[in-house]
Design a protein around this ligand. Structure first.
Ligand code: DGY
Length: 323
């Protein structure tokens, strides 16, 4: 009998999905969620032919030194800023991600944050749960920012950005977007969105959503200067990557009342949240949940398994390029 490949799974996954993987390969699957330091990651990856890993697992050239066994890394995410693609390519390791399957769920979550931030849902709930709703409430208390009839700006107009845009028609919003390349006219028309340059996007948006990949070029793409360009009383939502925003500048803008609110699902130094943001009632914070619906997380896991198998020439997609 020929030797079976071995795959390390760095995060606990659905048992039935792991069982399917195990039909083809030997597996070493983590039973509890935890962070692996660089040394452990290096050792784990040197002992397997393939790996399914998460965003917290950072793979660079140093991780791969002396590793002549690893053939494929399957990232459990559409974003892959945790992977040094150049180093992986040089080492002959195939890198895969989970595109498409999370577009709609992540777009739904962008709207959850847009609405929660604009209408102060988090702070109001905390206030209510603290037993502070006693007697009559002032008519001019808890006033939020309308979404309907306002301008939604989208920075980064890939598939998730487009899904965010399509949902805006239900709110009668004007949709502007900025992307390095302009979308083809038929796609713009389906999204009912108009391309503008970045400065105009910042100046015109009442609600701005960040949906672009994090790279060295997009690092702190929203800093003090960009926040100053945004309208007083506007709302910022980040469902992409924390490093897109200079968090100190964002906290200052919120503290000074320039931005009315923010909805954040991602942070520059996850799992740490910039301390001042934790203390600002006008910020809705969530722990990187954009893709976290039951169906979508399952679809991501299935795709990650298909990808690692295909990279090893096995499974239902053997012979076809993985994602
Ligand atoms: C992704 O897929 O990149 C998300 O941020 C993780 O859920």
């Amino acid at each position: 009998m020929s030797k079976r490949f071995k795959v390390w799974v760095s995060r606990p996954l659905f048992a039935d999905v792991l069982a399917r993987l195990e039909q083809y390969v030997d597996i070493d699957a983590e039973a509890v969620e935890r962070v692996h330091d660089a040394q452990e990651l290096k050792q784990r990856l040197a002992a397997v032919d393939g790996a399914i890993i998460g965003l917290a697992d950072r793979v660079d050239a140093a991780t791969l030194v002396g590793n002549d066994r690893l053939r494929v890394i399957s990232n459990l995410a559409v974003g892959y800023n945790n992977l040094d693609i150049e180093a992986l390519t040089l080492a002959g390791v195939l890198a895969c991600n989970t595109p498409e399957v999370l577009n709609e769920t992540t777009a739904d979550y962008a709207w959850a944050l847009l609405l929660a931030a604009a209408r102060r849902v988090g702070a109001a709930e905390r206030w209510l749960r603290a037993g502070r709703w006693r007697g009559a409430m002032r008519f001019d208390d808890w006033l939020g920012v309308d979404l309907h009839g306002r301008t939604l700006g989208i920075l980064g107009m890939g598939r998730i950005g487009q899904a965010v845009a399509r949902r805006a028609s239900g709110f009668d919003m004007r949709v502007l977007y900025h992307n390095r390349s302009r979308l083809p006219a038929p796609v713009e028309s389906v999204c009912a969105a108009r391309w503008v340059d970045k400065a105009e996007l910042l100046r015109e948006s009442d609600h701005l959503v960040l949906v672009l990949p994090y790279t060295s070029e997009s690092h702190h793409i929203i800093g003090a200067a960009e926040l100053a360009l945004m309208k007083r009383g506007s709302v910022l939502v980040n469902i992409a990557r924390g490093g897109l925003v200079d968090e100190a500048a964002l906290a200052a803008s919120l503290r000074e009342g320039h931005l009315a609110a923010a909805g954040l699902d991602v942070y520059e130094d996850e799992p740490l949240v910039y301390p001042e943001l934790l203390g600002l009632e006008q910020v809705v914070l969530s722990p990187h949940l954009g893709s976290a619906s039951a169906d979508t997380r399952r679809n991501m896991a299935e795709l990650a398994v298909d990808n690692v198998l295909a990279g090893l020439g096995l499974g239902p997609k053997a012979g076809r390029p993985p994602a």
